[in-house]
Ligand binder design. Sequence first.
Ligand code: HEM
Ligand SMILES: *[C@@H]1O[C@H](CO)[C@@H](O)[C@H](O)[C@H]1NC(C)=O
Ligand SMILES: *[C@@H]1O[C@H](CO)[C@@H](O)[C@H](O)[C@H]1NC(C)=O
Ligand SMILES: *[C@@H]1O[C@H](CO)[C@@H](O)[C@H](O)[C@H]1NC(C)=O
Length: 344
Amino acid sequence: MFYTSIRTLTLACLFSSVIGIATQEKRDDGNSGIPTVDDVKNPVCKPWIAIRDAIMGDIYHGRCNDNTRAAIRLAFHDAGTFSLSREAAGQDNGGADGSLLVDPNEVLRDENNGMQTIVSLLKPLPEKFNVSAGDVLHLAGTLGVLACPGGPVVKTFVGRGPVKNVNPTNLIPDTHDTIPNIVNRFNDMGISVREAMALIGSHTCARQRFVDPAFANDTFDTTPDIWDIRFYSETKRNDSDPGVFRLPSDLGFAHNSLTQKDYNRFVGSLSTQENWAREYADAHEKLSLLGQDADTLTDCTEIMPEAIHLRDITVTHSGGAVDPAVDPEKLAAALQATRSIWLS
Ligand code: HEM
Ligand SMILES: *[C@@H]1O[C@H](CO)[C@@H](O)[C@H](O)[C@H]1NC(C)=O
Ligand SMILES: *[C@@H]1O[C@H](CO)[C@@H](O)[C@H](O)[C@H]1NC(C)=O
Ligand SMILES: *[C@@H]1O[C@H](CO)[C@@H](O)[C@H](O)[C@H]1NC(C)=O
């Protein structure tokens, strides 16, 4: 590290003034990067500013933490029970409808263990704001991604109706299942291998407690509060870092012939990060709409705060074939510039 304190200060000032200029043109409310009710154009979306703040402020405190991890996983477990084959057979088929917030028993299933706290925190919001559980649950998911620095803006829709049905059982992939079975299950959701390999990167900001309780709270990469591509390279190498755990399914994705080509697309440098962030955002959007008719929903992405781009908070912009490292001072400046009203 060659940074003297003066040089760091200069960089930090330069950085915040660049952020300031970039956002000043768009908004003049002093909270750059955070749209207000007045900024929002679509009247349907205006009430969602308060719901956004209830989640991003009261539950996430503007940061990547255990509640954001749980909310991202919750979005997957709510939507990931969607099944094209069950739909074709006229059976209940889950989907992104918020049933996990409403049915008292779903969250008690083994596969949903660890999500009780986030469910109890989100549960009051649909009634409080007179909106659907599905909309609240999936907004919590897309805000959770954004709360983790490096996480992209995922297009966010509102207007889902009431819960369709309790999620059918045995549809969430298990980490000990075979890669072909897991791939088939994603296909039956309508999710391709390429999309699944982008989605699995959310394990960049994740922990395990129940696969091996002896290693409770272990993470899946060395930077669990940063939305970066380290998960892919570290898992592929099977690094042994203290406090980091490898899920059998993630190791499988890195090496199985069905998945490794798409997996490998996300092993790399800063430019790879941007590709991944974009593909992740598209795949997560699709996940959040499984079983819903997108034409009847309203795109309220305009309520979302700006993304913190990894390229703006890393120590180097060189983009070599290594995982980028985050500069803590740049990260702190970016949080102040784009998350200030929620930080506590
Ligand atoms: C093959 C598919 C997947 C399998 C087998 C799988 C498995 C797991 C397991 C076993 C855990 C640890 C749970 C615990 O012991 O506490 C976990 C955590 C997590 N998963 Fe996945 N996962 C898959 C796909 C996904 C997808 C598609 C997403 C989101 C887009 C996701 C997001 C997360 C997150 C954010 C956590 C951390 C939860 C927390 O820390 O509270 N996973 N996953
Ligand atoms: C709640 O929203 C529905 C429409 O989604 C509306 O018909 C109803 O009047 C609202 N209830 C209250 C108390 O505002
Ligand atoms: C895991 O984290 C939770 C929440 O921070 C904590 O209560 C628990 O004691 C931790 N467990 C272990 C084994 O460190
Ligand atoms: C990963 O490393 C562990 C030891 O750290 C080893 O037991 C395991 O077999 C390895 N798995 C793969 C797929 O390389």
